[in-house]
Design a protein around this ligand. Sequence first.
Ligand SMILES: Nc1nc2c(ncn2[C@@H]2O[C@H](COP(=O)(O)OP(=O)(O)OP(=O)(O)O)[C@@H](O)[C@H]2O)c(=O)[nH]1
Ligand SMILES: [Mg+2]
Length: 212
Amino acid sequence: MSDTQSAPHPEKLNYRTVQFLTSAPTLAECPPDNGAEVAFAGRSNAGKSSAINALTGNSKLARTSKTPGRTQLINFFSVSDQQRLVDLPGYGYAKVARSMKDEWQRHLAFYLEKRQCLRGLVLLMDIRQPLKEFDLHMLTWAVESGLPAHILLTKADKLKNGPANNTRFAVEKALKEQGLDTGVTVQIFSSTKKTGLDKLERKLNAWLALEQ
Ligand SMILES: Nc1nc2c(ncn2[C@@H]2O[C@H](COP(=O)(O)OP(=O)(O)OP(=O)(O)O)[C@@H](O)[C@H]2O)c(=O)[nH]1
Ligand SMILES: [Mg+2]
């Protein structure tokens, strides 16, 4: 898969000192649109908040839950005063009222389309259920918008190495076949076992580099 254009040796950022910045219910309430930002998106329960916690080594930073739909606001975390991680509300949560669902998706779409400082999208999918309808929708949007995307096949601890790798190959193949592989990379990930954390960090370092 083609990798994204980025500085050859981007600065290694320290994710251990990441702090919660703010929660925004709408685009208007997001922090100033400057510097560089990477958003974590994915279906409800895919493990977005857990991935941010694993990355930062802070299990209490982003709220996780067994109840899907825990993250309902756009949550911002600062890596530095010019670099942020964003925990987006999960999509596909069936138990909230239709009107509320539409409302979130509207804000999500607004954020994705209007945010100038957005450098890349980390798209999380449960390795046991990859490439669902909304994942494809997000990827299509990212590819068409020229926004690089990095797929985390999460909860890889639920599978043995062989099946996990086979899923990764199958996902890469499916993306290629659907013309969704431009600027898109795929990796295996587990927040519980910390699998693939170094790879994710390298991707974030490249995307968040300020001299791009
Ligand atoms: N086994 C395993 N469970 C995980 C992993 N990552 C997350 N989980 C579990 O999956 C559930 C959902 O995780 P969250 O991180 O809250 O998911 P989310 O994508 O932020 O969900 P929403 O905020 O609802 O969109 C929790 O019960 C987590 O403990 C993982 O790597 N392995
Ligand atoms: Mg969450």
